[in-house]
Design a protein around this ligand. Structure first.
Ligand SMILES: [Zn+2]
Ligand SMILES: [Zn+2]
Length: 340
């Protein structure tokens, strides 16, 4: 089969590889749509601690089952399915604590940018779903990032009437946070991003105010919107230390700030201790997803609470994954669907 292989930062190859063989409990899926993701872009640009090249690449996908291994009873050949990119062990310390996203033995699956992908038994057992009626393959493939966003949304504890700021939020992750904040009853959702094209899309999806920091001061705008208090909730989705700092600075006393974006390893920021103590600021990090948020994300997609269509604004064949990643890097596309 044809597949895209990650060979290190800045290096992808489109080539022939062996068709995966499956064992008991596993399924083989013919990929119908695979999506580019911020993680793919970061990995392509600067490498990733989980990626040991050469290795299969891509992790958000949906498709049709073409083969099922021994012992698989929940799924059959011909079924349209979507799978998350990982599954926790459910037996380690963190899994027992209900924090499966921090599992010490999490199993990842890569290789969505290919004609076929093998899904390991543990993922088949916990994180594969039949695609609900009415959902396209590419919308269904948003399951994994939306499961992460769902975890972040829960951490944000948004109340009806809140002013929610999404900092660095014009990308697909921020736009999913935006839709969930509206669903939670936020009265104002402010999206901050450097790219005007992304801010336009945020407006189309319901942002009540957008800010491009190159032309407007975010703190001044947020203060004006909140009688000088600051935002009730701030969600950082850029993964940039400067934006983390901005996120903290935009929060009111007693606010919750969710750090959703992972920064380059080793980076640090300083905290205003007065704001944390006297201002009772809650700062939460969130990472990845749990089987529960994967299932919840499926419902959010199938019920149309999160509209995936507007986030996917280009389609390319498998040979053009590299160009697709470059388009995302330049801000020309939110997410690109790779159609093998
Ligand atoms: Zn992803
Ligand atoms: Zn575990």
């Amino acid at each position: 089969m044809k597949a895209v292989v990650y060979r290190g930062p800045g290096e992808l190859s489109y080539q022939d590889v062996e068709l995966p063989t499956i064992g008991s409990g596993e399924i083989l899926v013919r990929v119908r749509a695979a999506l580019t993701c911020g993680t793919d872009v970061k990995t392509y640009q600067r490498g990733h601690h989980l990626m040991k090249p050469p290795m299969p690449f891509g992790h958000e996908f949906a498709g049709d089952i073409v083969q099922v291994g021994d012992g698989v009873s929940a799924f059959g050949e011909g079924m349209a399915v979507v799978a998350a990119n990982s599954a926790p062990c459910l037996s380690c310390f963190y899994c027992h604590k209900g924090r499966q996203n921090l599992c010490e033995d999490i199993l990842f699956n890569w290789g969505a940018f290919a004609e076929y992908i093998r899904v390991p038994a543990r993922i088949v057992e916990h994180n594969v779903y039949q695609i609900p009626h009415g959902l396209s393959y590419e919308e269904a493939a948003l399951l994994e990032p939306l499961a992460c966003v769902t975890l972040g949304n829960e951490a944000a504890c948004i109340s009806a009437g809140d002013c929610v700021v999404i900092a660095g939020g014009g990308g697909p992750i921020g736009l999913m946070h935006l839709q969930l904040a509206i669903n939670d009853g936020a009265a104002q959702v402010v999206v901050i991003d450097l790219k005007d094209g992304r801010l336009e899309l945020a407006c189309e999806l319901g942002a009540t105010r957008v800010i491009n920091p190159t032309t407007e001061d975010p703190a001044a705008v947020v203060n004006e919107l909140t009688a000088g208090r600051g935002a009730d909730v701030v969600i950082e989705t850029a993964g940039v230390p400067e934006v983390w700092k901005m996120a903290l600075a935009l929060a009111r006393k007693g606010a919750t700030v969710v750090m959703f974006g992972g920064c380059p390893s080793g980076t640090q920021i300083s905290l205003d201790t007065g704001m944390v103590h006297y201002g009772e600021l809650t700062v939460k990090g969130v990472f990845h997803h749990t089987p529960r948020t994967v299932e919840k994300a499926l419902h959010l997609l199938s019920e149309g609470v999160v509209r995936g269509g507007p986030l996917i604004n280009a389609r390319v064949p498998l040979q053009q994954v590299e160009q697709a990643l470059k388009a995302v890097m330049q801000g020309d596309a939110a997410k690109v669907a790779v159609i093998p």
